[in-house]
Design a protein around this ligand. Structure first.
Ligand code: SF4
Ligand code: SF4
Length: 368
């Protein structure tokens, strides 16, 4: 484990830029902390934290003036690896016939500030897009070239429950370099050959045992600070056995079917593909766009939506995330980031919905 002076954080960004990476990381924007290009550590939202609750997000100043004391904003890294809009290929009508042109999706990008839950979300999306008979080329090209700098959380947000989902708050694997911000310094750990190469370019020194103890205390503190809990014991079976539970009707009455929860969720991966032509019919683009199981068109078959009510759509989303994802991928689809709770305009809370179904679990609600 190496130690880096806080004033030298810009050297990490500089080293990544010299390796040819476009560095992307957290910055202030749109009244929140969002991800965008970073030229230096000066652009990080240093000294800012946020208050997060169901349906509520507010930024505020933090006298501790740390670089990474904030937790998660509305955006996740999927906006780069699985972009909301992506042109798959273009077609042009020529005298010789149709001409097809596809783009290169390869981008040499470095993500700075990947939290533990976000790393786990990327690994879940890897299973969806890469660990298939036919890996998804746009995702594969971007994923293979991305450099990941993880950051262990020093504070938990009001909607975080990564301890319950065992996806945080400390990074376990997958990133190239892990940072832990302490009071005076950063601890740095390289986890890959390219991580070691970048780390080797920085003016670090061996971390003291005092710094390692401070990091362990910080981790314990974050675990105790979790804003939410989710009892995952037998949860998949519980939900599958309660498909007619009255709580679905209750949540359906509150849900606006806006789809915000699916847009901010770092593991939701559904998309639709559309052909867009110019007015003259000479050129067209095949575009992939994020889709949501909350949209009525999502299950449109033979002129009818298969899930016409909000109740049916919320149930589909939540049972996929916490129950049937296990059947598909042998694990849960939720990393406990809490974004769906914070960015739901009516404050619907997945942990609360699961708890109520558990509390009023009954054979009388069993699916018939
Ligand atoms: S379901 Fe909610 S808490 Fe779980 S990963 Fe998605 S946004 Fe985060
Ligand atoms: S649960 Fe909330 S965020 Fe999700 S679709 Fe319903 S109203 Fe929108």
């Amino acid at each position: 484990m190496r130690a880096l002076a806080k004033d030298n954080l810009s050297l990490l960004i500089q080293a990544l830029r010299e390796e040819g990476y476009e560095v992307l990381g957290p910055r202030m924007g749109e009244g929140a902390i969002i991800y965008g290009p970073l030229d230096s550590a000066e652009e990080l939202p240093r000294g800012w934290i946020e208050e997060q609750e169901a349906g509520r997000y507010r930024l505020k100043r933090d006298p501790a003036n740390r670089y990474f004391a904030f937790t998660l904003g509305p955006q996740s890294w999927k906006k780069y690896l699985h972009p909301p809009n992506l042109c798959l290929y273009k077609t042009k009508k020529t005298d010789q016939g149709l001409e097809f042109k596809s783009e290169s999706w390869h981008k040499k990008q470095a993500f700075l500030g990947v939290r533990a839950c976000e790393m786990e979300a990327i690994l879940k999306q890897d299973r969806v897009f890469l660990e298939q008979l036919h890996p998804d080329k746009p995702y594969q090209e971007r994923r293979e070239s991305v450099f990941l700098v993880g950051v262990n959380c020093s504070r938990a947000g009001g909607a975080c429950f990564c301890v319950s989902t065992e996806t945080g708050p400390t990074l376990k694997s997958g990133d190239d370099i892990t940072l832990t911000e302490l009071e005076e310094i950063f601890l740095l750990e390289a986890r890959s050959a390219r991580g070691r190469a970048v780390l080797g370019r920085l003016p670090t020194e061996e971390a003291s045992s005092h710094a390692l103890s401070e990091a362990a205390r910080q981790e314990e503190h974050v675990c105790r600070q979790m804003g939410r809990t989710l009892d995952t014991e037998g949860l998949a079976e519980l939900l599958k056995n309660n498909l007619n539970h009255p709580r679905w009707k209750d949540v359906g009455d509150r849900c606006l079917t806006c789809g915000n929860c699916t847009m901010v969720c770092p593991t939701c991966f559904c998309f639709s593909v559309e052909e867009m032509t110019d007015l003259a019919g000479l050129e067209s683009q095949r575009v992939r766009q994020w889709d949501s199981c909350f949209s009525e068109q999502f299950t449109l078959t033979s002129g009818n939506s298969q899930r016409s009510s909000a109740e049916a759509r919320y149930r589909q989303w939540m049972t996929h995330k916490l129950a049937t994802w296990h059947d598909q991928f042998d694990e849960s689809g939720c990393v406990g980031c809490g974004r769906c709770i914070v960015w739901c305009p009516v404050g619907i809370d997945i942990t609360e919905e699961a708890a109520v179904i558990r509390e009023k679990d009954g054979a009388s609600h069993a699916n018939s």
